[in-house]
Design a protein around this ligand. Structure first.
Ligand code: FES
Length: 118
């Protein structure tokens, strides 16, 4: 079974599991600040669940590509919408700052639970 490393935790999940659902159900902060309450709850439209993922995950679907092509996101940053991402193997996840997680400073990493916060 795949292992997800995020916010200093190591979480086991089923192959094909939804990344956002696994992270939230294990107490990982997928959203920054007000986005915790103002988000699309996994529909792939708000863009606030964006994370950086290294490892084996599903290809981007059309909805995810579309949302990540719109500011403040940029395809060049290589972020993924956790709500549209299926876990296919071991992965490491990093959350960046900004309402949408679009920033350049890590909020938490695979190894760290968040000493990067202001
Ligand atoms: S929760 Fe809104 S895009 Fe993922």
């Amino acid at each position: 079974m795949p292992l997800i490393r995020a916010q200093g935790k190591t979480i086991e999940c089923e192959i094909g599991a939804n990344l956002r659902q696994v992270l939230l159900s294990n107490g990982v902060d997928v959203y920054n600040n007000a986005a915790k309450t103002i988000n699309c709850h996994g529909l792939g439209t708000c863009g606030t669940c964006a994370v950086e993922v290294q490892g084996a995950v599903s290809e981007m679907n059309r909805r995810e590509k579309t949302r990540l092509s719109l500011p403040p996101h940029s395809p060049a940053r290589g972020r993924r919408l956790s709500c549209q991402t299926q876990v296919l193997g071991d992965v490491s996840v990093t959350k960046f700052d900004g309402f949408w997680g679009q920033g350049d400073r890590p909020v938490w990493t695979a190894e760290s639970s968040g000493q990067f916060r202001d």
